[in-house]
Each structure stands twice: as structure tokens, then as C-alpha cells.
Design a binder for this molecule. Sequence first.
Ligand code: FAD
Length: 411
Amino acid sequence: MSGSAPVDTDVAVIGGGMVGASLALGLAGTGVRVLLVESTPFDSAAQPSFDERTTALGNASRRIFAGLGVWDTIAPSAAAIRAIHVSDAGRFGFSRLDAREQGVDALGYVVANRAIGAALWGALARAPGITLRVPARAEDLEISAPGVGFTLADGAGSRERVAARLVVAADGANSQVRLAAGIDAAVEDYEQVAVVANVAADRPHQGVAYERFTPAGPLAVLPLHDGTYAVIWACRLGPAQEVLALGEAEYLARLQAQFGWRAGRFVHAGRRGSYPLKLTRAADTVATRTVLIGNAAQALHPVAGQGFNLGLRDAAMLAEVIANASGDVGAPQLLRQFSDWRARDRQGVMRFTDGLVKLFADRRPGVPLLRNLGLLMFDLAPPAKSALARVSAGFGGPAPRLARGVPVRHV
Ligand SMILES: Cc1cc2nc3c(=O)[nH]c(=O)nc-3n(C[C@H](O)[C@H](O)[C@H](O)COP(=O)(O)OP(=O)(O)OC[C@H]3O[C@@H](n4cnc5c(N)ncnc54)[C@H](O)[C@@H]3O)c2cc1C
């Protein structure tokens, strides 16, 4: 390490995945000095956030991306969700949620993570007030009341010291910053693996997204802008190993048998990927000069497509709190205010997602019947459907300014 003075910044964001990159962009041009540290370039095959997956974005997330100035770049690669069809394999109940019935253009959008990465990092390269350090890792964090210090290691032997007023952990579910800040995390292993693949059918998707609860686990079939589907099948460990080992034709046959024919015949499947599924919940989202956002704060089961949407609202709210701070951006009362504002949304989405995983995994006698009656009644009850359609706006607490379509800074 050189003996030179440390790099000085107001906010150090560790992790430039989907959530950290969004936060940094939200702070661009606000006068706050931001250092964004990311270990893997957004366009590298090894990037864990911007990988082969696709993400279902709610309408609040679309508004936040528009406020960050990246929605126009993302939109050409986004498929609008015009309807959502929910069903339970082998049973009678199903429910359909329609965008027109809800008075909206789309219930959400499905976008490849790589397209989100290219849009965010493309904008970051031109953003004022943002210093990018990539590839670089944050190591040897020292967090105390006067400030935060850490070493930036670029992997090629260069090490420089950084001093910051605030460190933001956007470094994912196994957050090292969370550990350094002394914040505990509870981990619940669902003993499920998400098996993901892109699949083509023999007829157009017309913007319909499907969520089907199968004996092996929940199966999401989401429309993509090129006319194919993204399939995310959360299977228990044994069935997941089997599904991963199948040849293409056998996989398509297994999928068809579990999903049925409402999307037509599945004719082609791309490479399959797998993600072990756990619920990771940080005991708190703030500590001395530290804030956790995105997966570092809470990593969820993908069944309801809520993890990133929630993390993006974390980022939008934190950008707003920091941009409007008068004085120290790491002041304890400021961080507590952020944490209080995010609490209801965070708890609500975590409970909703975890509840859904457990309700549909429950095969005790009588439970599937109740669940199916629930789905039928839900289909007959417009207020319940409208409530679900609003889930994408968050579960309460103040909505971030960006999600309401206004800039982060008060004028
Ligand atoms: C199969 C699957 C499907 C999903 N589908 C959806 C969906 O449809 N909708 C939805 O809302 N959510 C979905 N999610 C959830 C979503 O993927 C996550 O919520 C999202 O990736 C969280 O982003 P993040 O930036 O917080 O964390 P991550 O994506 O984990 O990114 C963390 C970043 O930090 C970097 N990093 C880590 N440590 C360091 C360090 N020490 N120094 C520098 N950099 C570091 C990593 O390289 C990475 O870029 C899905 C998840 C899965 C598994």
C-alpha cells in the first residue's frame, strides 16, 4: 500500500450489482461525492447480478428507472406483462389478473438482467460526481463513529485506502460489509433450487405471465421481448437435480407435463442455470455509519418476483435521504429515519413472499383444497385483485420520490 493520503468520499457504495448501481446513479449530480466499488465488470460472464436471469419489474420500478434516466434504454428489451395467470397443478382453482381490468397499460415488465446492467453502467460512465472502481474489492473495513476506512484491492496488486462518511452495503446476500458492521443475519434454507431456462413455445405469448404451483415447487413462466419465455422453476433439492440432469427434449416434456398446454407446445429450451434458495434477513438495516440495501439487507425467494423491486425501493429511498441531508450523510438520526421509513415495506414483502412459499408447499390434507378455494374466490373478488396489483408499489410506509415520478432532491 502506498503511503499517500486516503481517497476521501462522502458515500462509499460497496457492490455495483442491480441495487448498488441504481443507488449510485440516484446520487449522481446531487453534489454528494460517491465512490462505487464493484469486484466484477457488468459485462463479464462472471458477474453475479447481471447474469443470464431475467427480472420482473413492477410499475414502481419502471418509474424509478425512468427517474434515473435509464428506462428509455431498457424499454426496447422489456416485455410488458398484460395479464398474470395463477394456478395450482392438478387442481381446479385458478386466477387471472388483467392489466386492462386494473386500468393500467401493463402489470409489470420482464427484462434480461444483462440489459439492466448495460443501461445502469452505461449511464454511470457519464454520471457527474460518481467515482467508479471496477474491478476492485473493498477489504479490511474499519467502521467507527468518526468515519469509515477500508482498503481497495484491484486484484493486480494495487491497494489504496479510502475514508468515507457512510458505507452502503450493496454487496449481496453474503455481505462482508454487514459482517464488518456487526449486524446479524438470520438465514432460512428453503431446501429448494431455482432452475432457470429460456423456453420457446409454438404460439405467441401475448404478454401473459404464468405462476403455477406444482408438486415439485412453484413454476413461473414469464414473457420475454423476443417472444420466448423465461422459466423459473423452484424445485425441492431432489427434483431439481433431476430437472438439471435432463436432456432438452426430456426437460421440455417434464415442463409441459407440469405446466399444461395453456401457453401452447414448448419446442426449445436454452441452457439451464440453478440458484439455491434461502431467506436471508438482516437483524437491522443500519448501524454506525452503515446502511444495508438490496440482498445485503434481505434476500428473498423469487416466487413473487419481489426481491429486486424491494431493493430498488431501498436504493431510491436512500438516495433521497442522502441527497436531502443537511450536513453529515452518516449521522445516526438520518440512518434511523431511512430504516424507519423502509420498515413496513420491507417486513410486508418478506412476510408476503415467505408466506406464499410455505402456503403452496403445504400438502397436508385439506390445505390444497382451501388454497384452491382461495384462488377461485380471489378471482371473483375485484378488491383483492386490485390489492395484489398494488403489491408492486410496495407494502406501505412513505413511497420514495423516484417511485412517485419526482426527482430525488427537494427543490
Ligand atoms: C432465480 C431468481 C430470479 C429472480 N427474479 C426476480 C424477479 O423477477 N424480480 C425481482 O424483483 N427480483 C428477482 N430476484 C431477486 C434479485 O435477483 C435480487 O434481489 C437482486 O439481484 C439483488 O441485487 P443486489 O444488487 O442487492 O445484490 P447482488 O445481485 O448479489 O449484487 C451484489 C454485487 O456486489 C458485488 N460485490 C460483492 N462483494 C463485493 C466486495 N467486497 N467488493 C466489491 N463488490 C462486491 C458483486 O460482484 C455483485 O455485483 C430473483 C432472484 C433469483 C435467484
